[in-house]
Design a protein around this ligand. Structure first.
Ligand SMILES: Nc1nc2c(ncn2[C@@H]2O[C@H](COP(=O)(O)OP(=O)(O)O)[C@@H](O)[C@H]2O)c(=O)[nH]1
Ligand SMILES: [Mg+2]
Length: 329
């Protein structure tokens, strides 16, 4: 059996290996993903984003636990899914995109410890994506890992990203449902508003509701929503949920909100629209990576560096140099 067949057969170690191949963009990874492509498009993908420390990892952990213990949830599409992942409850994959260096690794280690109580359950798969150099590559690798998990038959894929920086907002945006998490006491302003996260939110969560200031945070978010900050889908009323992930409170409501959002997307024909948006983003990202790669290999030795020097010594400007470089190849 090749890697793709192993993944389809429910082999978790093969799945982990495949994701490493996708991270490193190897020919084996590319071939396996191509073979898996016809099996993708069935999972529901939920992005979980927000500032660092608001409790996103704790929350996704609790959501997974909740789904594993509630077998009658309506989220699955009903078709027979990939072999080997059927169990009680829905199957859940968690992809944590961590912006910290793979060498500092602190947050990843913390996540591993927190998620330990889910390990051993074959219906849950947890993966931290390492940032190797450029964020553009990370967005591609994350998108591809999500497709691999989709083909492997997971019903729900939760993608955790820190909501800072354009690339990470992009990763979150390619989900079917975007959950933006806030916590009280992060300062006077709602962080999500500043980071442009409210615009992409389908569901808002004020986590750490056990801490003072939760009511104010909920009120502030509602106020911002009334000002029309969420324009992505005018037919969907963005719910503001309160949660205390540490104690598991409010998790059921969040799961219900995701299910309601999925049902809304399906009824409104929006699932197909979002799937199209995802594919557009995927092709766009791959195309720019491919074109950039091709351009860089075609440039004569030193041409790029010479352009940098000309811009630095002010005899030229960046745009002029880009036009020149693009023309010369
Ligand atoms: N008081 C309180 N602390 C929480 C809650 N949820 C998470 N935390 C804590 O907040 C810290 C950051 O949580 P984490 O899930 O790593 O946040 P992330 O950076 O958004 O993924 C950890 O120490 C958690 O134990 C909550 O509901 N209430
Ligand atoms: Mg985290």
């Amino acid at each position: 059996m090749d890697l793709a067949q192993q993944v389809l057969a429910g082999d978790r170690r093969a799945l982990a290996r495949l994701i490493t191949h996708l991270e490193n963009d190897t020919p084996i990874g590319r071939a396996a993903l191509a073979a898996l492509w016809p099996h993708t498009g069935r999972a529901h993908v939920a992005g979980v984003t927000g500032p660092s420390g608001v409790g996103k990892s704790t929350l996704v952990n609790e959501i997974a636990k909740h789904l594993r213990s509630s077998p009658l949830s309506p989220l699955p599409t009903g078709e027979a899914r990939g072999a080997g992942v059927r169990g009680e409850g829905q199957t859940v994959a968690i992809v944590a995109v961590d912006p910290t260096s793979p060498f500092s690794g602190g947050a990843i280690l913390g996540d591993r410890i927190r998620m330990r109580d889910l390990s051993g359950d074959p219906g849950v798969f947890i993966r931290s994506m390492a940032t190797r150099g450029r964020l553009g590559g990370l967005a591609r690798a994350t998108g591809e890992a999500v497709r691999a998990l989709d083909a492997a038959g997971f019903d729900l894929i939760l993608v955790e990203t820190v909501g800072a920086g354009q690339s990470e907002v992009e990763i979150a945006r390619t989900a079917h449902s975007v959950i933006v998490v806030e916590a009280p006491g992060l300062g006077d302003d709602i962080q999500a508003g500043k980071a442009g996260l409210l615009e992409i939110a389908d569901i808002l969560v004020v986590n750490k509701a056990d801490q003072p200031g939760a009511d104010e945070a909920v009120r502030a978010l509602r106020g911002m929503l009334e000002l029309g900050r969420s324009k992505r889908d005018s037919d969907w009323d963005v719910p503001v949920c309160r949660a205390s992930a540490l104690s598991g409170q409010g998790i059921a409501e969040i799961v219900q909100a995701v299910e309601a959002h999925r049902a809304h997307l399906a009824a409104a024909g929006q699932l197909a629209a979002r799937e199209r948006e995802r594919v557009v983003e995927e092709i766009r990202a791959l195309l720019s990576e491919a074109l950039m790669g091709r351009l860089m290999t075609r440039l004569a030795n030193g041409q790029f560096d010479a352009a940098v020097e000309r811009v630095l010594d002010r005899t030229s400007d960046p745009r002029r140099e880009v036009e020149r470089l693009a023309q010369e190849t």
